[in-house]
Design a protein around this ligand. Structure first.
Ligand code: CUA
Length: 129
């Protein structure tokens, strides 16, 4: 075997590796795209005595991540019809994940007493087909 042939042979693994890395990149990009599509992220702020937004629209069967931030004190989030609740403490993001299984309109409310307007601290989750 001459020197030229040897050089070609030595480059082969690099070429194979380059092709593999390329396809790995394509694969990971696809996976990330699917992951993005598969979760509905909704950012919600809570403060005396309101949520913003207070109407949350999501799609049935698509996982949801609600990301809560309190702007003042401890609040709560409770949606009994969907069986979900969490405390919303100030100074951090609280993430609540669920998968809506039925379409409809479901009320939620604050369930940590937060002052005179506590009873009016409410909102609605709308699950569409
Ligand atoms: Cu907010 Cu009670």
């Amino acid at each position: 075997m001459n020197a030229k042939m040897n050089r070609v042979k030595n480059r082969m693994p690099i070429a194979v590796l380059a092709v593999l890395v390329f396809f790995l990149g394509v694969f990971l990009t696809e996976v990330c795209a699917i992951a993005d599509e598969a979760e509905q992220v909704v950012k919600i702020t809570a403060k005396r005595y309101e949520y913003n937004p207070n109407t949350i629209t999501v799609k049935k069967g698509v996982p949801v991540a609600l990301e809560f931030t309190s702007l003042d004190r401890l609040h709560g989030f409770s949606c009994p019809a969907l069986g979900i609740r969490t405390d919303i403490a100030p100074g951090k993001v609280t993430t609540l994940r669920f998968v809506p299984q039925q379409a409809g309109t479901f009320p939620f409310h604050c369930d940590n007493f937060c002052g005179s307007g506590h009873d009016g601290m409410t909102g609605t989750i709308v699950v569409t087909e």
